[in-house]
Write a protein that binds this ligand. Sequence first.
Ligand SMILES: Cc1cc2nc3c(=O)[nH]c(=O)nc-3n(C[C@H](O)[C@H](O)[C@H](O)COP(=O)(O)O)c2cc1C
Length: 197
Amino acid sequence: MTIPPRLVVGISGASGVIYGIRLLTTLRRIGVESHLVVSRSAEVTLAHETDLKVAELRALADVSYAATDIGAAIASGSFHSMGMIVAPCSVRSMSEIATGVTSTLLTRAADVTLKERRPLVLMVRETPLHLGHLRTMTQLAEMGAIIAPPVPAFYSKPRTIDDLVDHAVGRALDLFGLDAGIVRRWGEPTEPEILET
Ligand SMILES: Cc1cc2nc3c(=O)[nH]c(=O)nc-3n(C[C@H](O)[C@H](O)[C@H](O)COP(=O)(O)O)c2cc1C
């Protein structure tokens, strides 16, 4: 049986819910099945940072699970996926994933991704970072996770917030070998205005 390309997407309660939204719309556009889990806190940030309703956010995914549904498909390693991206990833969720003491479906799915040795990309959003945060990140990197904070790049000459978000999401998808055509790549000018400036 052929398994469709599918990615697990976690949206936690760090600032930057737009990263998760853009990830979902991009996956839909490039034909990658998305399996979404949104934390309770992310529902709060969604209300603060966008005009979207929770149901509208969930509708952007192919399959959406409640954060409390610890019996969901993505809680098991037998569920096939290319891996998981947490976008954005809060310090709280990051810390749970690092310990393996997972209290939500989001962190359980991330733990499963690690144990199955699949790519786990954490777009951790917090600043400044104290030593505990940095130690947790080190621990996760040692466990095989990829710490990918959505730090803007300016060599791509972003003009809008959308440009910055696209770049961060596109670079996260690069880690899965997925090119959604939203990254302006260094050394590969694709638009005339980049050549001119
Ligand atoms: C508007 C808003 C912005 C927040 N931004 C961040 C953030 O950037 N990084 C972070 O780690 N937590 C942030 N928090 C706090 C988290 O939402 C909080 O720690 C929560 O318990 C995380 O739970 P979760 O990991 O289950 O989503 C923010 C909270 C709110 C309401």
